[in-house]
Design a protein around this ligand. Structure first.
Ligand SMILES: [Zn+2]
Length: 335
């Protein structure tokens, strides 16, 4: 039996290819029938070969999705057939299976990593799979695979108080997930920087937040917390100037093109500003995932997808619309 998969053949060339469905699983491997998947900016960078030389072409894509367990490796105790699961790059425990090699219709080898979600079926390592408590709103739970875990972790690793003055730089999937969670926890003073004015107008009224379209408009030395989600190296450099002296924190979440360097003014650090990442303890997400899923139940997340659902065969349209900002996240239905 064959199934459809989005395969990166070379730079900017994603093709739908039929792959042979594996019948034998190695240790650590779980066969998943993927239901829905999404794409983030890291995936765009991968497609545009902006993450360093890609030695695995042609290969499968995607690291955020939901699906059903169809087959498990021998002696697997973590999952059972029929479990509804979230698929993610965020791992828990050790990676046993580093990836699967599929065969296409012409017996050509197609590589994959421990997680890949833009395919009707996938052999995924057990460390990248989380059992969902329920199937309610399952399509939106693709968000639990990428944007949400990273931003949720900022709340777990930092004391974020309701009265803090917070500035979010970048209103993409990461920034919006941060705002959505912050609002649900009662944070009131939130500002957002984004260059898309239409989006800013919408978010301003939706979340009752301050908005800025250029970083130069934002008052310096005035935020308790700055969350940098743009992946823009210039914005990263400027982000330090926005935090309060003596106690202000800058958390960097943005995904920067590999090998970009920046110039930072050391006086920001001398004056008591703290610069840190979103993951400051080693990732072991199992317990955190459960907390995130509980919180997710109360979040309204339909607006990420703009009520659009793409078919897998429309992958290139989904990528195009995502690049143009027509959707915050493209939702892709596998079959
Ligand atoms: Zn992602």
């Amino acid at each position: 039996m064959y199934f459809k998969a989005a395969v990166l053949e070379k730079k900017n060339a994603v093709k739908i290819i039929k792959l042979k469905k594996p019948t034998i699983l190695q240790k650590g491997q779980i066969l998943i029938k993927v239901l829905y998947s999404s794409i983030c900016h890291t995936q765009l960078q991968e497609i545009e070969i902006k993450r360093g030389k890609d030695n695995f072409l042609p290969h499968c894509l995607g690291h955020e999705g939901v699906g059903i367990v169809e087959k498990i490796f021998k002696n697997c105790k973590k999952f059972k057939i029929g479990d509804k699961v979230c698929l993610t790059w965020v791992k828990s425990g050790i990676t046993i299976s580093k990836g699967n090699v599929y065969q296409d219709f012409n017996d050509r080898r197609i590589n994959s990593g421990p997680v890949h979600t833009l395919n009707e079926f996938a052999v995924i390592d057990q460390s990248r799979i989380y059992k969902l408590k329920d199937e309610k709103n399952i399509k939106n739970k693709v968000l639990l695979g990428c944007a949400m875990p990273t931003t949720f972790n900022i709340f777990l690793e930092n004391k974020i108080k309701k009265n803090m003055n917070i500035c979010v730089l970048g209103g993409g999937g990461l920034g919006l997930s941060f705002i959505l969670i912050a609002k649900s926890l009662g944070c009131k003073k939130i500002s957002l920087l984004d260059k898309n004015q239409k989006k800013l107008r919408y978010l301003k009224s939706k979340f009752n937040i301050n908005t800025f379209k250029s970083i130069e408009e934002i008052k310096k030395d005035s935020y308790d917390l700055v969350v940098e989600c743009t992946g823009n190296i210039h914005v990263f450099e400027m982000s330090l100037s926005l935090a309060k002296k003596f106690g202000g924190k800058i958390v960097v979440v943005g995904n920067y093109q590999k090998r970009l360097l920046s110039k930072l003014n050391p006086w920001h650090i001398i004056e008591g500003k703290t610069l840190k990442g979103a993951w400051n303890s080693e990732i072991d997400f199992k317990n955190k995932f459960s907390k995130l899923e509980n919180l997710f139940k109360n979040l309204k997340t339909n607006f990420y997808f703009s009520n659009k659902v793409y078919k897998l065969t429309e992958i290139n349209k989904a990528i195009k619309d995502f690049k143009k900002g027509k959707v915050i996240r493209p939702l892709i239905k596998m079959t």
